[in-house]
Design a protein. Structure first.
Ligand code: IDP
Ligand code: MG
Length: 152
């Protein structure tokens, strides 16, 4: 989906949950003006994570990545708004926190690439795939934000 209805999949990883920064991460997306359309907390299964990270299956860090991601609960979310996929990635920072600028989530809250606290879809195509992997259709809400005419 594009335009104001564009959606992205954002997940706070187990380290982000354990470190107590769920609220600060959600605040950044809220204050930007994006709309939260789905959210749940779950400890993901290995099967789900293998599907989610299937493109990285051949990488040496893949087994460690799956173990890290299943080591505790994550907060899975869908955020909506104009350009949310691309802007969401900018808000996250680079994959390696060491390359992430201050002001980005990874730049402000973490140090190591293997503990980089948050996931965000990298394209509209992967967003669509990831949203349907993590959420059932009836878990996605549709509502009009009262702020919409003050954001667009
Ligand atoms: P992204 O999360 O910024 O899209 P990807 O390249 O898709 O980055 O990698 C997925 C996740 O795999 C990263 O967020 C990070 O948790 C982990 N990862 C990527 N590269 C490395 C690495 O070199 N060592 C350990 N973990 C890595
Ligand atoms: Mg990625």
């Amino acid at each position: 989906m594009e335009g104001q209805n564009e959606r992205t999949f954002i997940a706070i990883k187990p380290d982000g949950v354990q470190r107590g920064i769920i609220g600060q991460i959600i605040t950044r997306f809220e204050q930007k003006g994006f709309k939260l359309v789905a959210m749940k907390m779950l400890q993901p299964s290995e099967d789900l994570l293998i599907q989610h990270y299937i493109d990285l299956k051949g990488r040496p860090f893949f087994p460690a990545l799956v173990n890290y991601m299943k080591s505790g609960p994550v907060v899975a979310m869908v955020w909506e708004g104009k350009g949310v996929v691309k802007t969401g990635r900018v808000m996250l920072g680079e994959t390696n926190p060491a390359d992430s600028k201050p002001g980005t989530i990874r730049g402000d809250f973490c140090i190591d690439v293997s503990k980089n606290i948050i996931h965000g879809s990298d394209s509209i195509e992967s967003a669509t795939k990831e949203i349907s992997l993590w959420f059932k259709d009836d878990e996605l809400t549709t509502y009009t934000s009262c702020a919409v005419s003050w954001i667009y």
